[in-house]
Ligand binder design. Structure first.
Ligand code: AMP
Length: 549
């Protein structure tokens, strides 16, 4: 027997309709560089999104056709988020920081026919255009007077095209399972893989991130979206902020500590989201602001951090400088991305601050709708006891079930998606990522967590950044090597480092050697990139290795 409830489709266009109808005067603030700030409202954004819908239809873009962006977080990118998807076309947000070869691959593999790009990326567009023969139009996200001097097919000015488009448009009632947008994984090895989101998965994800034990986004919030909109739909904030009717601040591409601080202060942001690297820059800037002034300037109550593990010193400083709770979340491109969020339970009310920091080091608990579990190599489920490490798998309505036009064995017959992360889960369901599977160190048959070692190294005040890799050892098979960057003007010896780390990790985990370098390699999304490090240290021999004697 079926229920007698209405079968309304879950559509992205309904999110902006809701925001415009119920929170129409709530602001969207966009930084366009050089101190140039654009302001409008959810109501105006809806009109502009409808203009975009008319624009893409005038370009001949059909339902299901892919339209790409190479753009930072601005109001124009937001309009494309709604206007393109709302017609039934698919928005492919491409990360301009990837290698050119990868960008070309993504544009060709996705079959994108049009690219909307930031003028600051004109040089990149000139480089890729000849290698992307299927792209019929490159549309510069600017006013007529700001057009770049480019010889690429179908070059057009966004604002000129928009001026000719009506803001009247009736969103089609699409099937909620229709594709809405596509993001490619950052591809540290091999080719990037396309993840194709649907209207349904996007709306459900937005709803789950608004929940109280999640990002808790409400109409009272003013959200600074630092996560790039080309990275996993900006963690869904462009959607959840419309769903909640929150004020949204789009910072463009100027993400220095000073700029982030100013935006948090000037727009009275209550919440923000970003990767740990951005938070480090903010904290470095804030270090030199008068402590009372800091507290007056920053009214935020929480910042969301994900993409990689947040070092403890970031968590501590957020509390110390601003009284802000740093809330870790875990997810990945394949998972929309948010799966777990670290919010305390009532039983944590009486924790000391130090114990609360320990709790904040975890990646959080799964959102309703998602399931997470850890497995051994034979596919057996492992206990959630807080110390058994296993392969993290996940399933749920906003988790990918395949890659776009590509075979992959990451899924099993029961829909479990193998994330490639190694993790523990405790009895309360809090997740702790201990490693990427390929980064894990196995010493004498036992696991050593490179993330725990990195976090122990980072807790030393003289350490700016740290990477731990496993290298061959004749007795233990593998042992950890710590490669660290010292903070400007500060010094520490290898021995002092190890002495410090001894207080944070088991003795047998301590790295066998410490090497100091000037800088560490990063991926296009700012994560530590261990592949080149492994190559660089391929022939390194530990001082503890008897083979060296
Ligand atoms: P991406 O698909 O680029 O978003 O990368 C996803 C990967 O980032 C995950 O598989 C994790 O390895 C890592 N990651 C994301 N969030 C966290 C977190 N809170 N702690 C540790 N690693 C994380």
């Amino acid at each position: 027997m079926n229920g007698l409830m209405q079968q309304r489709q879950l559509l992205i266009s309904d999110l902006i309709e809701h925001a415009a109808s119920n929170h129409g005067d709530q602001e969207i603030v966009s930084s366009l560089g050089d101190g140039n700030i654009h302001r409008y409202t959810w109501s105006a954004a809806r009109g502009r999104a409808k203009q975009v819908a008319n624009l893409v239809q005038s370009l001949g873009v059909a339902v299901g056709q892919r339209v790409a962006t190479l753009a930072s977080n601005t109001h124009r990118h937001l309009e494309l988020y709604y206007g393109v998807c709302g017609t039934g076309a698919v928005l492919t947000t491409v990360n301009p920081r990837l290698f050119t070869e990868q960008i070309v691959y993504i544009l060709n593999h996705s079959g994108s026919t049009h690219v909307f790009f930031d003028v600051s990326l004109a040089k990149l567009v000139a480089e890729i255009a000849p290698q992307c023969p299927n792209i019929k139009g490159f549309i510069a996200l600017c006013e007529a007077g700001q057009m770049p001097d480019l010889a690429v097919p179908g070059l057009a000015c966004y604002e000129s095209l928009m001026a000719g488009c009506s803001d009247l448009y009736a969103w089609p009632q699409l099937d909620e399972n229709s594709a809405s947008s596509m993001c490619y994984t950052s591809g540290t090895t091999g080719k990037p893989k396309g993840v194709l989101y649907s209207h349904r998965s996007t709306v459900l994800h937005a709803m789950a991130t608004c929940m109280a034990d999640s990002f808790a986004i409400s109409a009272r919030d003013s959200i600074l979206l630092i996560v790039p909109m080309f990275h996993v739909n900006g963690w869904g904030i462009p959607h959840s902020s419309a769903m909640a009717g929150a004020k949204l601040i789009l910072p463009g591409s100027q993400l220095s500590g000073e700029n982030v601080y100013s935006m948090l202060r000037d727009e009275k942001c209550t919440v923000s989201c970003g990767v740990p690297t951005v938070w480090l820059s903010l904290l470095e800037y804030a270090e030199n602001v008068d402590p009372d002034q800091r507290r007056r300037d920053i009214v935020a109550t929480r910042v969301l951090s994900g993409g990689s593990a947040a070092p403890r010193r970031i968590i501590e400083k957020f509390e110390q400088y601003f009284g802000v709770y740093l809330c870790q979340a875990w997810g990945m491109t394949e998972t929309s991305p948010v799966v777990t969020v670290n919010v305390p339970l009532s039983r944590h009310d009486n924790l000391t601050l130090d114990e609360r920091f320990d709790l904040q080091m975890l990646a959080g608990r799964p959102l309703p709708g998602t399931e997470i579990a850890i497995f051994d190599d034979e596919g057996n489920r492992l206990p959630h006891d807080g110390h058994t490490t296993g392969q993290l798998k996940v399933r749920g309505p906003w988790i990918a079930r395949a890659y776009y036009n590509r075979e992959d064995d990451a899924w099993d017959a029961n829909d479990w998606f193998a994330t490639g992360d190694m993790a523990t889960l405790n009895a309360d369901g809090y997740l702790k990522i201990t490693d990427r599977a390929k980064d894990v160190i196995k010493s004498g048959g036992e696991w050593i967590s490179s993330l725990d070692l990195e976090s122990a190294a980072l807790s030393h005040p003289a350490i700016e950044e740290a990477a731990v890799i496993g290298l061959r050892h004749s007795h233990w098979q593998e042992r950890p090597l710590l490669i660290a960057v010292k903070r400007n003007g500060m010094d520490v010896t290898a021995e002092a480092m190890l002495e410090h780390m001894r207080n944070h990790v088991a003795k047998w985990w301590l790295p066998d050697d410490v090497v100091f370098v000037d800088a560490l390699p990063h991926t296009a999304t700012g994560k530590l990139y261990k592949l080149p490090l492994r190559k660089q240290f391929e022939s390194f021999r530990f001082s503890t290795d008897v083979e060296n004697a």
